[in-house]
Design a protein around this ligand. Structure first.
Ligand SMILES: [Zn+2]
Length: 467
């Protein structure tokens, strides 16, 4: 298996530090709002990486943090006249609703910055003791000039970083690239006690501290959005390697940028999409498929037209599953014919192609093409006379490989099921009109068997699901 390492800018053979265990850290959301589709792309991609590693037999310790104290959270709390804690709790809950809908598995641990203040203080003390950090008026800064490898992830020297970056101007800092580890309390802001006075942690430090606490001093994979390479990940490397004198992460993975209608997504341009508003209109798995139809490192362009295309593509896959499930119900057990044996060989070959695509730096675009081929071949070669064993074999493989991509087709199936129920209700109405009471009762019983109860009301028939 090979993956592209941002640090070396090459595809490398994947070899975790410990056999069959992967310690993986993904920078999580700042919880002051609903997640947008740019956030979603990162979380979907790295969830897929995790799923594939698990498919390959690795135990993945997956840590994704919540940044629950930050300027944006403080501002929103002020706007709504509430506490930072209330804002954070609310949007953590909303994050889980979106993530669950998108098939993003829960992390092994979801640590929060405010629950690790003591660990953060201890870490900052190490940096001060080793001469990498300095205190000014209750603030603590990391001195980037002291860390000789600063800029190694971005492949830039200090001058290039200064020229290219929008660095915070702060008279208290020795150098504009220095960054805050601890921020002195400003009036009205939440604060914790520290050896340097009341204040709160800077943003970068929480990831160094929490990744080490839950995964150790050297991670296998550290991942995030492209905008995190500098300064966030560069700063995490500086802190962690300065503190512990060992590499912070063996592999660094970053996704490509996501544009909307070929422009940078921004609220002011009116081309800003949250996951929530899209999944109210589209099956969340359509959005997931859209994100995985491009290679994760390629830039992608989002538009509603392109999402509609992904919807048709998704329906091709989900219809294949519904058909296969239907065939499992109606086919009979018997020995495989020679042609059917050849079909098994063909599907084993598809599976190999799928794995080869994923082994090559998680090429989900090619892996999805293989799923389409599988759907096409299944539709063309299977029917009610096929062997049940064969149909089951193909269905199981299709679902297992889809699951690697986080696709379960569960909503599509209920939609189709609902259509079927509506059709039966209509047939029953017709039978009643024709006074064919026997047929009407038969349909009612058939629906009852499937857990559907009918109620005849003056406004027409209502139905509800009882299980
Ligand atoms: Zn981070």
């Amino acid at each position: 298996m090979r993956l592209y390492n941002t640090m070396t800018r090459t595809k490398e053979e994947f070899k975790p530090l410990k056999d069959k265990v992967v310690n993986m850290y993904v920078c999580g959301p700042t919880v002051y709002n609903y997640i947008h589709i740019g956030n979603a792309r990162a979380f979907i991609v790295f969830d897929t990486v995790r799923r594939y590693l698990e498919y390959k037999g690795y135990t993945v310790n997956y840590v994704q943090n919540f940044t629950d104290i930050d300027d944006k959270i403080i501002n929103r709390a002020k706007e709504e006249n509430t506490t930072e804690k209330e804002i954070a709790e609310r949007f953590i809950e909303e994050y889980f609703k979106d993530a669950d809908a998108l098939g993003i598995k829960r992390a092994t641990v979801h640590p929060r910055a405010t629950e690790h203040i003591d660990d953060i203080i201890e870490f900052i003390k190490i940096l001060i003791d080793k001469g990498y950090a300095y205190v000014v008026d209750g603030n603590v800064y990391f001195e980037t000039a002291k860390f000789k490898d600063y800029g190694k992830l971005s492949h830039k020297n200090i001058d290039e970083l200064m020229a290219g970056a929008r660095v915070e101007i702060d008279e208290k800092k020795k150098n504009p690239l220095d960054f805050a580890l601890w921020k002195a309390q400003k009036p009205g802001e939440p604060a914790w006690d520290s050896p340097w006075g009341k204040g709160r942690p800077g943003w970068h430090i929480e990831c160094s501290v929490m990744s080490t606490k839950y995964l150790g001093k050297t991670l296998d994979i550290h991942a995030g959005g492209p905008d995190l390479i500098f300064p966030h990940h560069e700063n995490e490397i500086a802190q962690s390697e300065a503190a512990y004198d060992q590499p912070f992460s063996k592999y660094w993975m970053h996704i490509g940028y996501l544009n909307v209608n070929n422009e940078k997504m921004s609220k002011s341009k009116g081309n800003f999409f949250t996951v929530r508003e899209l999944t109210e209109k589209y099956d969340p798995e359509v959005l997931r498929l859209f994100m995985l139809m491009a290679h994760y490192r390629s830039p992608i362009n989002f538009s509603l037209d392109l999402l509609d295309q992904a919807k048709s593509a998704y329906e091709r896959l989900s219809n294949a599953v519904v058909n296969l499930k239907h065939l499992v119900n109606i086919t009979k057990d018997r020995e495989l014919s020679d042609e059917e044996k050849d079909l098994i060989v063909k599907f084993d070959e598809y599976k190999k192609q799928f794995e080869e695509a994923m082994d090559d730096d998680f090429n989900t675009a090619d892996a999805i093409s293989v799923l389409f081929e599988m759907a096409k071949t299944a539709n063309a070669n299977l029917n009610g006379n096929s062997s049940k064993k064969l149909v089951e074999y193909i269905l199981e493989m299709f679902l297992k490989l889809s699951d690697v991509l986080g696709l379960s087709y569960k909503n599509a199936e209920t939609e189709i099921e609902d259509e079927e129920i509506l059709r039966l209700i209509e047939e029953r109405q017709k039978a009643r009109k024709e006074k064919n009471w026997k047929l009407a009762d038969e349909i009612r019983d058939k629906l009852k068997e499937r857990g559907i109860i009918l109620e005849d009301t003056p406004e027409g028939v209502r139905w509800k699901r009882i299980r």
